[in-house]
Design a protein around this ligand. Structure first.
Ligand code: ADP
Ligand code: MN
Ligand code: MN
Ligand code: MN
Ligand code: MN
Length: 335
């Protein structure tokens, strides 16, 4: 007997990486070996020196193929044994280790938009749907588009053991969100990448594309973000640590550093409109959905908890976002 292992990896597409995957048949009970691929077809190597290496790092049961079959998220390596330059997970590992004692938790709200025939799902063939208002958390065929895919995706995530914590319909028609977490900096990102793969794979069966485009419809339509909720042990125990983290994110040089790692095209989404703060003006506030960083109302009441960085784009590499937040906030908390 044998089983199917779907090897999944993050490619080198600029400016936003994509997912790739291919299937390996393995003998029953066989360990997952390292594997290779043609890096010249994924923007990860030149044609005359094209071999890249896949190293399995996170394995879950495959909820689509069922049985003993597996989904295998991999890190990409060079043949010389070093992590590939596009391997942001490898860049995160030492930072996560250095600040492990802080026990950082993340909850990432992944927004995305369904497209069919080049239009957001639910948009008429020409012109536009009724303005935003009724779609967010809506119900009914005139307001909600793609629910069957969303429900199948949620079930698949749960079956695979992905730490999904909820879903909701978003402000623009055809736009949805799922949340991953709370989980540690590497774990939340691994789970998010596999959840994305499942979303694309399931939507494929409906002839629908799910996109992480941060501004999928120009004009008066909400963009798509990946609000990142963050806490450390100290933040979960007291308010001083919450304020320290908020101030650290606004420090000299940190605003630019974070924006640069929060997803391509972030300036087009963080305009100061549509529940965003302008990308170049850092602010934080209690309950403020127009701030860069929000302190949830309940956190101010309890005087402990977590903060929400509202800046990250839907198209983030989560390994970059968790690395930046851990590095900036834990460094400040140790001062
Ligand atoms: P919003 O009100 O902004 O839409 P959501 O409910 O969509 O928020 O997402 C909140 C996320 O924050 C969830 O994924 C949740 O698991 C996560 N979360 C809750 N508590 C913490 C915490 N202490 N540290 C980090 N993340 C947390
Ligand atoms: Mn071939
Ligand atoms: Mn949310
Ligand atoms: Mn949302
Ligand atoms: Mn949010």
């Amino acid at each position: 007997m044998s089983y199917k292992a779907e090897y999944i990896w993050v490619d080198g597409t600029e400016p936003t990486a994509r997912l790739r995957s291919k299937t390996r048949i393995l003998a029953d009970g066989a360990e997952l070996p390292d594997w290779g691929f043609d890096g010249s077809s994924t923007n990860q190597a030149p044609g005359d020196n094209s071999d890249c290496v896949l190293k399995p790092v996170f394995v879950v049961p495959d909820p689509l193929r069922g049985g003993e079959n597996k989904l295998v998220l991999c890190e990409v390596y060079l043949v010389d044994g070093n992590p590939h330059p596009t391997n942001n997970r490898a860049r995160l590992r030492p930072v996560a280790e250095k600040y492990a004692a802080h026990d950082a938790w993340f909850g990432i709200e992944q927004e995305y938009t369904f497209f069919q025939a080049g239009r957001p799902l639910g948009f008429p063939e020409t012109g536009f749907p009724a303005p935003q208002g009724p779609y967010y958390c809506g119900v009914g065929a005139d307001e909600v588009f793609g629910r069957e895919i969303v429900e199948r995706h949620l079930d698949a995530c749960l079956e695979a053991g992905i730490k999904v914590s909820g879903i909701n319909a978003e402000v623009m028609p055809g736009q949805w969100e799922f949340q991953i977490g709370p989980a540690g900096p590497i774990e939340v990102a691994d789970h998010l990448w596999v959840a994305r793969w499942l979303l694309y794979r399931i939507a494929e069966e409906y002839d629908v594309a799910a996109t992480l485009d941060p501004k999928p419809a120009k004009g008066d339509w909400n963009g798509a973000g990946a609000h990142t909720n963050f806490s450390t042990k100290a933040m979960r125990e007291g308010y001083d640590a919450i304020l320290t983290a908020c101030d650290a994110l606004g420090a000299e040089g940190k605003v630019e550093e974070h924006i640069a790692g929060y997803g391509a095209g972030i300036q087009e989404r963080l305009t100061g409109q549509h529940e965003t703060a302008p990308w170049n003006v850092y602010s934080y506030g209690v309950s403020d959905r127009g701030a860069s960083v929000r302190i949830p109302w309940q956190v101010q009441v309890d005087k402990k908890g977590y903060i929400e960085d509202r800046r990250p784009n839907a198209n983030i590499d989560p390994y970059n976002v968790t690395r930046l937040l851990v590095n900036t906030c834990c460094e400040a908390l140790e001062k």
